[in-house]
Design a protein around this ligand. Structure first.
Ligand code: GTP
Length: 376
Protein backbone atom coordinates (compact mmCIF):
# COMPACT_ATOMS: atom_id res chain seq x y z
CA UNK A 1 0.00 0.00 0.00
CA UNK A 2 1.16 3.47 -0.75
CA UNK A 3 2.19 6.17 1.68
CA UNK A 4 -0.92 7.78 3.14
CA UNK A 5 0.12 11.19 1.86
CA UNK A 6 0.95 10.11 -1.70
CA UNK A 7 -2.04 9.49 -3.90
CA UNK A 8 -1.92 8.13 -7.40
CA UNK A 9 -4.54 9.72 -9.62
CA UNK A 10 -5.12 8.17 -13.02
CA UNK A 11 -6.55 10.24 -15.86
CA UNK A 12 -7.91 7.98 -18.55
CA UNK A 13 -10.19 8.20 -21.56
CA UNK A 14 -10.15 8.35 -25.32
CA UNK A 15 -7.74 10.60 -27.24
CA UNK A 16 -9.12 14.12 -27.58
CA UNK A 17 -11.55 13.82 -24.67
CA UNK A 18 -9.72 16.65 -22.90
CA UNK A 19 -7.57 15.05 -20.18
CA UNK A 20 -4.48 17.17 -20.75
CA UNK A 21 -6.62 20.30 -21.24
CA UNK A 22 -8.31 19.80 -17.91
CA UNK A 23 -5.04 19.10 -16.10
CA UNK A 24 -3.49 22.22 -17.62
CA UNK A 25 -6.44 24.49 -16.75
CA UNK A 26 -6.63 23.30 -13.16
CA UNK A 27 -2.97 22.77 -12.27
CA UNK A 28 -0.95 24.89 -14.70
CA UNK A 29 -3.06 28.03 -14.85
CA UNK A 30 -3.67 27.61 -18.57
CA UNK A 31 -6.70 29.34 -20.07
CA UNK A 32 -9.25 27.24 -21.97
CA UNK A 33 -8.60 28.75 -25.39
CA UNK A 34 -4.89 27.86 -25.25
CA UNK A 35 -5.65 24.16 -24.86
CA UNK A 36 -6.30 23.85 -28.61
CA UNK A 37 -2.49 24.02 -29.00
CA UNK A 38 -1.86 20.93 -26.85
CA UNK A 39 -0.49 17.88 -28.67
CA UNK A 40 -1.60 14.29 -28.08
CA UNK A 41 -0.10 12.68 -24.97
CA UNK A 42 2.40 9.91 -25.73
CA UNK A 43 2.17 6.93 -23.39
CA UNK A 44 1.90 8.32 -19.82
CA UNK A 45 2.82 11.83 -18.65
CA UNK A 46 3.64 12.07 -14.95
CA UNK A 47 3.31 15.20 -12.85
CA UNK A 48 2.79 15.87 -9.19
CA UNK A 49 1.12 18.51 -7.10
CA UNK A 50 1.67 19.11 -3.39
CA UNK A 51 -1.39 20.12 -1.42
CA UNK A 52 -2.01 21.11 2.18
CA UNK A 53 -0.62 18.89 4.91
CA UNK A 54 1.96 17.44 2.48
CA UNK A 55 -0.69 15.58 0.46
CA UNK A 56 0.99 14.76 -2.82
CA UNK A 57 -1.03 13.93 -5.91
CA UNK A 58 0.80 11.93 -8.53
CA UNK A 59 -1.12 12.56 -11.72
CA UNK A 60 -0.78 9.95 -14.45
CA UNK A 61 -2.13 11.40 -17.67
CA UNK A 62 -2.54 8.31 -19.87
CA UNK A 63 -2.48 9.03 -23.61
CA UNK A 64 -5.79 8.08 -25.19
CA UNK A 65 -4.76 6.87 -28.62
CA UNK A 66 -5.90 3.32 -29.42
CA UNK A 67 -2.42 1.78 -29.41
CA UNK A 68 -1.68 3.13 -25.91
CA UNK A 69 -5.07 2.11 -24.57
CA UNK A 70 -4.57 -1.48 -25.69
CA UNK A 71 -1.24 -1.68 -23.80
CA UNK A 72 -2.63 -0.12 -20.63
CA UNK A 73 -5.10 -2.93 -20.12
CA UNK A 74 -2.78 -5.73 -21.27
CA UNK A 75 1.02 -5.58 -20.90
CA UNK A 76 1.10 -2.48 -18.63
CA UNK A 77 -1.93 -3.43 -16.58
CA UNK A 78 -0.25 -3.88 -13.19
CA UNK A 79 2.01 -0.84 -13.61
CA UNK A 80 -0.93 1.42 -14.46
CA UNK A 81 -3.67 0.12 -12.19
CA UNK A 82 -1.70 -0.73 -9.05
CA UNK A 83 -2.07 1.46 -5.96
CA UNK A 84 -4.59 3.79 -7.51
CA UNK A 85 -6.37 6.21 -5.17
CA UNK A 86 -8.65 7.68 -7.80
CA UNK A 87 -9.44 6.96 -11.41
CA UNK A 88 -10.78 9.93 -13.32
CA UNK A 89 -12.28 8.92 -16.59
CA UNK A 90 -13.15 11.39 -19.34
CA UNK A 91 -15.83 10.37 -21.76
CA UNK A 92 -16.46 11.78 -25.19
CA UNK A 93 -18.80 11.60 -28.11
CA UNK A 94 -18.17 8.01 -29.27
CA UNK A 95 -20.19 6.77 -26.38
CA UNK A 96 -20.58 3.05 -27.14
CA UNK A 97 -16.89 2.38 -27.70
CA UNK A 98 -15.92 4.66 -24.89
CA UNK A 99 -18.10 3.04 -22.30
CA UNK A 100 -16.85 -0.39 -23.32
CA UNK A 101 -13.26 0.69 -22.77
CA UNK A 102 -14.28 2.28 -19.48
CA UNK A 103 -15.63 -1.08 -18.37
CA UNK A 104 -12.31 -2.74 -19.19
CA UNK A 105 -10.45 -0.12 -17.15
CA UNK A 106 -12.75 -0.63 -14.18
CA UNK A 107 -12.25 -4.37 -14.44
CA UNK A 108 -8.45 -3.91 -14.39
CA UNK A 109 -8.70 -1.45 -11.49
CA UNK A 110 -10.88 -3.68 -9.33
CA UNK A 111 -8.92 -6.85 -10.04
CA UNK A 112 -5.64 -5.14 -9.04
CA UNK A 113 -7.29 -3.78 -5.87
CA UNK A 114 -8.40 -7.31 -5.05
CA UNK A 115 -4.88 -8.70 -5.64
CA UNK A 116 -3.32 -6.03 -3.42
CA UNK A 117 -5.80 -6.76 -0.65
CA UNK A 118 -5.12 -10.50 -0.88
CA UNK A 119 -1.38 -9.82 -0.53
CA UNK A 120 -1.79 -7.66 2.57
CA UNK A 121 -4.81 -9.06 4.44
CA UNK A 122 -6.91 -11.69 2.63
CA UNK A 123 -9.56 -11.72 5.38
CA UNK A 124 -10.40 -7.99 5.08
CA UNK A 125 -13.07 -6.84 2.60
CA UNK A 126 -11.74 -5.19 -0.55
CA UNK A 127 -12.23 -1.44 -0.64
CA UNK A 128 -12.53 -0.43 -4.30
CA UNK A 129 -10.58 2.67 -5.42
CA UNK A 130 -12.90 5.63 -5.99
CA UNK A 131 -13.84 6.49 -9.51
CA UNK A 132 -14.85 9.87 -10.92
CA UNK A 133 -16.28 9.96 -14.40
CA UNK A 134 -16.28 13.35 -16.06
CA UNK A 135 -18.66 13.55 -18.97
CA UNK A 136 -16.70 16.23 -20.78
CA UNK A 137 -17.38 18.84 -23.46
CA UNK A 138 -20.86 19.47 -22.07
CA UNK A 139 -20.66 22.93 -23.68
CA UNK A 140 -21.27 21.32 -27.09
CA UNK A 141 -24.04 18.98 -25.91
CA UNK A 142 -27.79 19.66 -26.32
CA UNK A 143 -27.65 22.67 -28.69
CA UNK A 144 -27.46 25.04 -25.75
CA UNK A 145 -30.77 23.79 -24.27
CA UNK A 146 -30.33 23.13 -20.54
CA UNK A 147 -33.02 20.41 -20.31
CA UNK A 148 -31.44 18.48 -23.20
CA UNK A 149 -28.02 18.70 -21.56
CA UNK A 150 -29.41 17.37 -18.27
CA UNK A 151 -31.15 14.50 -20.06
CA UNK A 152 -28.00 13.49 -21.95
CA UNK A 153 -25.93 13.70 -18.79
CA UNK A 154 -28.38 11.69 -16.70
CA UNK A 155 -28.58 8.90 -19.28
CA UNK A 156 -24.80 8.64 -19.38
CA UNK A 157 -24.49 8.78 -15.62
CA UNK A 158 -27.04 6.00 -15.16
CA UNK A 159 -25.26 3.82 -17.70
CA UNK A 160 -21.87 4.38 -16.05
CA UNK A 161 -23.20 3.60 -12.59
CA UNK A 162 -24.94 0.50 -13.85
CA UNK A 163 -21.79 -0.80 -15.54
CA UNK A 164 -19.60 -0.03 -12.52
CA UNK A 165 -22.10 -1.82 -10.31
CA UNK A 166 -22.07 -4.90 -12.56
CA UNK A 167 -18.25 -5.09 -12.70
CA UNK A 168 -18.00 -4.49 -8.94
CA UNK A 169 -20.43 -7.35 -8.32
CA UNK A 170 -18.14 -9.76 -10.16
CA UNK A 171 -15.41 -8.88 -7.65
CA UNK A 172 -17.74 -8.95 -4.65
CA UNK A 173 -17.69 -5.16 -4.30
CA UNK A 174 -20.71 -3.01 -3.65
CA UNK A 175 -20.36 -0.01 -5.98
CA UNK A 176 -22.89 2.21 -7.69
CA UNK A 177 -24.52 5.57 -7.12
CA UNK A 178 -23.14 7.10 -3.96
CA UNK A 179 -20.88 4.11 -3.43
CA UNK A 180 -17.47 4.65 -4.96
CA UNK A 181 -18.45 6.07 -8.35
CA UNK A 182 -19.37 9.63 -9.08
CA UNK A 183 -20.23 11.40 -12.33
CA UNK A 184 -19.94 15.07 -13.26
CA UNK A 185 -20.81 16.91 -16.44
CA UNK A 186 -17.83 19.16 -17.25
CA UNK A 187 -16.45 21.65 -19.70
CA UNK A 188 -13.10 23.42 -19.67
CA UNK A 189 -15.02 26.56 -20.66
CA UNK A 190 -16.86 27.02 -17.39
CA UNK A 191 -16.73 26.47 -13.65
CA UNK A 192 -18.04 22.87 -13.85
CA UNK A 193 -14.45 21.64 -14.01
CA UNK A 194 -13.70 23.18 -10.62
CA UNK A 195 -16.70 21.52 -9.08
CA UNK A 196 -15.60 18.07 -10.25
CA UNK A 197 -11.97 18.53 -9.19
CA UNK A 198 -12.90 20.03 -5.82
CA UNK A 199 -14.92 16.90 -5.17
CA UNK A 200 -11.88 14.73 -5.98
CA UNK A 201 -9.56 16.74 -3.76
CA UNK A 202 -12.00 16.97 -0.88
CA UNK A 203 -12.15 13.19 -0.85
CA UNK A 204 -8.39 12.80 -0.85
CA UNK A 205 -7.45 15.12 1.99
CA UNK A 206 -6.95 12.84 4.97
CA UNK A 207 -8.46 14.97 7.75
CA UNK A 208 -11.40 16.56 5.94
CA UNK A 209 -13.91 16.00 8.78
CA UNK A 210 -11.61 17.68 11.31
CA UNK A 211 -11.00 20.66 9.02
CA UNK A 212 -14.75 21.01 8.53
CA UNK A 213 -15.43 21.06 12.24
CA UNK A 214 -12.84 23.85 12.72
CA UNK A 215 -14.36 25.81 9.87
CA UNK A 216 -17.82 25.46 11.40
CA UNK A 217 -16.51 26.72 14.74
CA UNK A 218 -14.83 29.70 13.09
CA UNK A 219 -17.96 30.46 11.08
CA UNK A 220 -20.09 30.47 14.21
CA UNK A 221 -17.87 32.69 16.31
CA UNK A 222 -17.44 35.13 13.39
CA UNK A 223 -21.22 35.41 12.82
CA UNK A 224 -20.78 34.18 9.28
CA UNK A 225 -23.05 32.41 6.85
CA UNK A 226 -20.26 30.51 5.15
CA UNK A 227 -16.58 29.65 5.56
CA UNK A 228 -14.80 28.19 2.54
CA UNK A 229 -11.26 26.85 2.32
CA UNK A 230 -9.51 27.04 -1.06
CA UNK A 231 -6.22 25.49 -2.17
CA UNK A 232 -3.83 28.36 -2.82
CA UNK A 233 -2.53 27.53 -6.31
CA UNK A 234 -5.47 25.82 -7.98
CA UNK A 235 -8.21 27.59 -6.01
CA UNK A 236 -10.07 24.30 -5.71
CA UNK A 237 -12.50 24.12 -2.79
CA UNK A 238 -10.94 21.91 -0.12
CA UNK A 239 -13.67 22.22 2.49
CA UNK A 240 -16.66 24.38 3.29
CA UNK A 241 -19.03 25.00 6.11
CA UNK A 242 -22.50 26.47 6.17
CA UNK A 243 -23.72 25.45 2.78
CA UNK A 244 -25.17 22.06 3.53
CA UNK A 245 -22.24 20.17 2.11
CA UNK A 246 -19.62 20.15 4.82
CA UNK A 247 -18.49 16.74 3.73
CA UNK A 248 -19.07 14.86 0.53
CA UNK A 249 -22.05 12.65 1.39
CA UNK A 250 -21.85 10.81 -1.88
CA UNK A 251 -18.62 9.02 -1.21
CA UNK A 252 -18.32 9.41 2.51
CA UNK A 253 -21.84 9.17 3.92
CA UNK A 254 -20.81 9.17 7.59
CA UNK A 255 -18.60 12.22 7.44
CA UNK A 256 -21.21 14.94 7.36
CA UNK A 257 -22.86 14.01 10.63
CA UNK A 258 -21.51 15.83 13.61
CA UNK A 259 -19.96 18.71 11.66
CA UNK A 260 -23.04 20.20 10.15
CA UNK A 261 -25.52 20.57 12.95
CA UNK A 262 -25.28 24.29 13.42
CA UNK A 263 -27.22 25.32 10.31
CA UNK A 264 -30.53 27.02 10.96
CA UNK A 265 -32.25 27.39 14.32
CA UNK A 266 -34.09 24.10 14.51
CA UNK A 267 -33.32 21.01 16.57
CA UNK A 268 -30.39 18.77 15.72
CA UNK A 269 -32.48 15.91 14.32
CA UNK A 270 -34.50 18.20 12.08
CA UNK A 271 -31.33 19.96 10.95
CA UNK A 272 -29.74 16.72 10.07
CA UNK A 273 -32.76 15.64 8.05
CA UNK A 274 -32.82 18.96 6.15
CA UNK A 275 -29.11 18.77 5.54
CA UNK A 276 -29.42 15.26 4.18
CA UNK A 277 -31.99 16.40 1.63
CA UNK A 278 -29.95 19.45 0.82
CA UNK A 279 -26.72 17.52 0.48
CA UNK A 280 -28.50 15.05 -1.78
CA UNK A 281 -29.68 17.90 -3.98
CA UNK A 282 -26.14 19.24 -4.25
CA UNK A 283 -24.76 15.80 -4.91
CA UNK A 284 -27.23 15.18 -7.67
CA UNK A 285 -26.91 18.75 -8.85
CA UNK A 286 -30.65 19.13 -9.26
CA UNK A 287 -32.88 22.15 -9.08
CA UNK A 288 -34.43 21.07 -5.77
CA UNK A 289 -31.54 22.62 -3.87
CA UNK A 290 -32.91 26.15 -4.10
CA UNK A 291 -36.10 25.13 -2.32
CA UNK A 292 -34.15 23.52 0.48
CA UNK A 293 -31.91 26.56 0.78
CA UNK A 294 -35.01 28.73 1.03
CA UNK A 295 -36.25 26.43 3.80
CA UNK A 296 -33.00 27.08 5.63
CA UNK A 297 -33.38 30.82 5.30
CA UNK A 298 -30.63 31.27 2.72
CA UNK A 299 -32.78 32.63 -0.09
CA UNK A 300 -31.05 33.82 -3.22
CA UNK A 301 -27.76 31.94 -2.86
CA UNK A 302 -26.26 31.00 -6.18
CA UNK A 303 -25.91 27.24 -6.40
CA UNK A 304 -22.66 27.28 -8.33
CA UNK A 305 -21.08 30.03 -6.28
CA UNK A 306 -18.06 28.10 -5.02
CA UNK A 307 -16.79 26.85 -8.34
CA UNK A 308 -17.55 30.26 -9.85
CA UNK A 309 -15.42 31.92 -7.17
CA UNK A 310 -12.56 29.49 -7.95
CA UNK A 311 -12.75 30.40 -11.61
CA UNK A 312 -13.16 34.16 -11.10
CA UNK A 313 -10.39 34.52 -8.51
CA UNK A 314 -7.99 32.50 -10.65
CA UNK A 315 -8.79 34.68 -13.66
CA UNK A 316 -8.38 37.83 -11.59
CA UNK A 317 -5.05 36.60 -10.25
CA UNK A 318 -3.85 35.95 -13.81
CA UNK A 319 -4.79 39.52 -14.76
CA UNK A 320 -2.89 40.84 -11.73
CA UNK A 321 0.15 38.79 -12.73
CA UNK A 322 0.01 40.13 -16.30
CA UNK A 323 0.14 43.63 -14.82
CA UNK A 324 3.00 42.69 -12.49
CA UNK A 325 0.78 43.17 -9.45
CA UNK A 326 0.76 40.18 -7.13
CA UNK A 327 -2.70 39.14 -5.96
CA UNK A 328 -2.76 39.22 -2.16
CA UNK A 329 -6.32 39.26 -0.84
CA UNK A 330 -9.83 40.49 -1.49
CA UNK A 331 -12.55 42.17 0.54
CA UNK A 332 -15.97 43.28 -0.66
CA UNK A 333 -19.19 44.78 0.70
CA UNK A 334 -22.54 44.18 -1.00
CA UNK A 335 -26.09 45.31 -0.11
CA UNK A 336 -26.72 42.21 1.92
CA UNK A 337 -23.31 40.63 2.56
CA UNK A 338 -19.66 41.18 3.41
CA UNK A 339 -16.87 39.00 2.07
CA UNK A 340 -13.26 38.56 3.13
CA UNK A 341 -10.77 36.32 1.30
CA UNK A 342 -7.20 36.02 2.52
CA UNK A 343 -4.29 33.62 2.94
CA UNK A 344 -4.83 31.22 5.81
CA UNK A 345 -1.88 28.82 5.65
CA UNK A 346 1.01 28.32 3.23
CA UNK A 347 -1.26 26.22 0.98
CA UNK A 348 -4.69 27.70 1.57
CA UNK A 349 -6.97 30.73 1.31
CA UNK A 350 -10.00 31.21 3.52
CA UNK A 351 -13.17 33.04 2.53
CA UNK A 352 -15.67 34.24 5.14
CA UNK A 353 -19.13 35.48 4.15
CA UNK A 354 -21.47 37.29 6.54
CA UNK A 355 -24.94 38.71 6.02
CA UNK A 356 -24.98 40.57 9.34
CA UNK A 357 -25.19 44.33 8.63
CA UNK A 358 -22.75 45.12 11.45
CA UNK A 359 -20.03 42.77 10.16
CA UNK A 360 -17.64 44.81 8.01
CA UNK A 361 -15.22 43.11 5.55
CA UNK A 362 -12.30 44.40 7.64
CA UNK A 363 -13.65 42.45 10.60
CA UNK A 364 -13.69 39.28 8.48
CA UNK A 365 -10.09 39.93 7.42
CA UNK A 366 -9.15 40.41 11.07
CA UNK A 367 -10.79 37.11 11.98
CA UNK A 368 -8.91 35.27 9.23
CA UNK A 369 -5.67 36.74 10.52
CA UNK A 370 -6.54 35.58 14.05
CA UNK A 371 -7.41 32.09 12.77
CA UNK A 372 -4.06 31.71 10.98
CA UNK A 373 -2.10 30.53 14.02
CA UNK A 374 -4.75 27.99 14.86
CA UNK A 375 -4.85 26.42 11.38
CA UNK A 376 -1.09 26.40 10.58
P1 GTP B 1 -4.72 12.57 -25.71
O1 GTP B 1 -3.56 13.30 -25.16
O2 GTP B 1 -4.54 12.16 -27.14
O3 GTP B 1 -5.13 11.41 -24.87
O4 GTP B 1 -5.97 13.60 -25.70
P2 GTP B 1 -6.55 14.40 -24.45
O5 GTP B 1 -7.68 13.63 -23.84
O6 GTP B 1 -5.47 14.79 -23.50
O7 GTP B 1 -7.21 15.68 -25.15
P3 GTP B 1 -6.70 17.20 -25.13
O8 GTP B 1 -6.69 17.71 -23.72
O9 GTP B 1 -5.44 17.29 -25.90
O10 GTP B 1 -7.91 17.95 -25.86
C1 GTP B 1 -8.23 17.76 -27.22
C2 GTP B 1 -9.01 18.97 -27.73
O11 GTP B 1 -10.29 19.06 -27.08
C3 GTP B 1 -8.31 20.32 -27.51
O12 GTP B 1 -8.39 21.04 -28.71
C4 GTP B 1 -9.15 21.01 -26.44
O13 GTP B 1 -9.16 22.43 -26.60
C5 GTP B 1 -10.52 20.40 -26.66
N1 GTP B 1 -11.32 20.35 -25.40
C6 GTP B 1 -10.92 19.87 -24.20
N2 GTP B 1 -11.90 19.98 -23.27
C7 GTP B 1 -12.95 20.58 -23.92
C8 GTP B 1 -14.28 20.99 -23.48
O14 GTP B 1 -14.69 20.85 -22.34
N3 GTP B 1 -15.08 21.55 -24.44
C9 GTP B 1 -14.67 21.74 -25.73
N4 GTP B 1 -15.54 22.30 -26.58
N5 GTP B 1 -13.44 21.38 -26.17
C10 GTP B 1 -12.59 20.81 -25.27
Amino acid sequence: PQDNKKKKVLLMGKSGSGKTSMRSVIFSNMIAKDTSRLGATMDVEHSHVVFMGGLKLNLWDCGGQENFLAHFISTQKSEIFKNVAVLIYRTETEWERDVKYFEECIEALYSLAQEEQTETDPSAPVVPPKVWVLVNKMDIVGDGVASKKIKVFEEKRDEIERRCGAVGKRFGMDVGRGRGVRCFGTSIWDESLYKAWSSVIHNLIPNAALINSHLTHLRNISSCLEAVLFERQTFLVLAKSGSGLDADPDLDPGASTGTNKTLGNTGAAEDEEKNKVKAKAVMMDVEGLDEVEVANGARGLERKRFEKISEVVKGFRRTCQRNSQPFINLEARFDNASIGLDVLTSNTYLMLVSSEPWVEPSLLMFNIEQARQHFE
